[in-house]
Design a protein around this ligand. Structure first.
Ligand code: FAD
Length: 224
């Protein structure tokens, strides 16, 4: 696809290190919930540095939304994105992505790896098809939980949180391992969607297989 230059309409700080960018979608860019695009900052020295980010808006909306974790110490694309203001421009190239909804299941996310599930879960909710789907969300501490209020509101008891560096009610403490999944999986025959950093993905995938989940029921995308 031709590269598109998009104007920032709104920037919101949604956790201590995550920003939500709302962009104009004048050219009606087509994507499926769960897909990503390559983004670059439209500034001298940054136009060729493109990194992948997931659409968190829905395809029919009149704007695009991206939910982006900022790494100031990398001095890379996300740090540059964090310096932008309303009216500044972002370049979007090539829509792609491995995660799409295949059927009812459990979404398992680590940190910013939740972004493909934001769009998918919103889409299911809009269509009245969210029932029976669950989200297991792993973070370091509770202040890292992206879109906590929204997930609580639309998923209710089907929103499970686990924190690795904080022990606080009502959240589970630790990492997503076989024991945790054994206690928390309700339907092993459903789909399992995994997205997060590579080490977490490997552990979760191995654990799911150990618990009898078929390989073709595991849908995944690594976020590094
Ligand atoms: C398909 C896909 C979709 C994604 N969607 C999203 C999304 O929606 N939201 C989101 O927040 N993230 C998403 N990610 C992850 C996101 O692309 C990266 O987190 C982001 O590009 C990292 O950019 P950066 O600013 O940290 O540094 P970069 O611009 O990638 O790198 C800058 C420099 O930082 C250095 N660096 C890199 N990693 C480290 C490190 N761990 N420690 C120290 N230095 C380091 C490197 O030397 C590099 O030269 C997605 C990833 C994929 C693959």
């Amino acid at each position: 696809m031709e590269q598109q230059v998009l104007i920032i309409r709104k920037i919101e700080k949604i956790t201590h290190n995550v920003l939500r960018f709302t962009l104009n979608n004048t050219n009606k860019i087509k994507f499926m919930p769960g897909q990503a695009a390559e983004l670059a900052v439209d500034k001298d020295g940054w136009r060729d540095k493109r990194n992948p980010f997931t659409f968190t808006s829905l395809p029919f909306e009149d704007h695009l939304e991206f939910t982006i974790k900022i790494y100031p110490d990398h001095n890379g694309v996300t740090n540059e994105l964090s310096k932008l203001e309303v009216g500044d421009k972002i370049i979007l190239k090539s829509v792609f992505g491995a995660i799409q909804f295949e059927g009812k299941g459990t979404f398992i996310a680590g940190g910013a790896g939740v972004t493909p599930f934001i769009s998918i879960i919103r889409d299911l909710h809009q269509k009245g098809n969210l029932k029976g789907n669950r989200l297991i969300f792993a973070n370091s501490t509770q202040i890292d939980i992206i879109n906590k209020n929204e997930f609580e509101s639309i998923l209710g008891d089907n929103f499970l949180n686990i924190l690795s560096r904080e022990e606080v009610d009502p959240y589970s403490h630790g990492r997503i391992d076989t024991a945790y999944l054994k206690d928390n999986i309700t339907s092993p025959e459903d789909y399992f969607y995994i997205c997060g950093p590579e080490p977490m993905m490997d552990t979760v995938e191995d654990s799911l297989k150990e618990l009898g989940v078929e390989e073709d029921k595991i849908v995944k995308e690594v976020f590094n």
